[in-house]
Design a protein around this ligand. Structure first.
Ligand SMILES: [Zn+2]
Length: 230
């Protein structure tokens, strides 16, 4: 495999439903050699597996449940153990196809957590997915928002070793604890507006917290991770 690898992309997002084949063609033309398709919600798992089947050796599946779940119409809530319960068997049944467990993590944005119990359940769901990753010797693709320190702490407590932190927004001192533990950090497109600075990603298909960039138009972003062979 040659070219850039987009290590964190939401290709199963509904925004891509209309013209996904064209999006993939443009990504290949732009020099993307592979895309890691991450999941947020339980319904995405079969969709991502089928995309990876259709685009073998280009789309690689990474399954898990995100700490924030969306319920139509556009309302958000903190993840539950029931959400994880829907995805765990799919992971177990398809583990030989997966390149990682994700997108998993903690999101303590006040809007998304109603109290201590939501945070506690997020920790339980994250810890169980770290255990799954360890059991199957897979990396975790980790989301952290307003939870940099607790994310690094939980990863260390759980003995996670293969870790990619995406769009990490914690303090530099906390990030350095992750670096010391051998964790990787991928850099999202918003780097162009930030002085914070690893392994770039497009996060295509995911909403931009600042609302300043198109969620679809990132597959040709110049900031993706170049590699030789998988
Ligand atoms: Zn994401």
């Amino acid at each position: 495999m040659e070219g850039y690898i987009d290590c964190h992309c939401h290709l199963s997002a509904q925004e891509f439903d209309e013209d996904l084949d064209e999006v993939i063609t443009r990504a290949k033309e732009a020099g993307i050699g592979a895309i890691v398709a991450v999941a947020e919600f339980p319904w995405e798992a079969p969709k991502i597996l089928s995309l990876s089947q259709k685009h073998k050796d280009f789309i690689f599946p990474c399954l898990g449940v995100h700490p924030v779940q969306a319920e139509p119409p556009d309302s958000q809530r903190s993840v539950t153990l029931e959400d994880l319960g829907q995805v765990e068997p799919v992971i177990g049944d398809n583990v030989e196809k997966l390149v990682g467990i994700g997108e998993v993590g903690l999101d303590f944005t006040p809007f998304n957590v109603k109290g201590a119990s939501d945070k506690d359940v997020q920790r339980q769901v994250f810890a169980r997915q770290i255990d799954l990753a360890k059991k199957f010797d897979l990396p975790v693709n980790v989301h952290s928002r307003s939870a940099g320190r607790p994310v690094i702490q939980l990863l260390k407590e759980q003995g996670a070793s293969k870790v990619l932190l995406h769009a990490f927004d914690g303090k530099v001192s906390v990030a350095l604890q992750g670096v010391q533990s051998g964790y990787f950090f991928s850099v999202p497109p918003c780097i162009v507006r930030s002085e914070q600075v690893g392994c770039p990603e497009t996060e295509a298909g995911e909403g931009d917290p600042a609302g300043e960039s198109d969620v679809r138009d990132r597959l040709t972003c110049t900031g993706t991770c170049q590699t030789g062979e998988k």
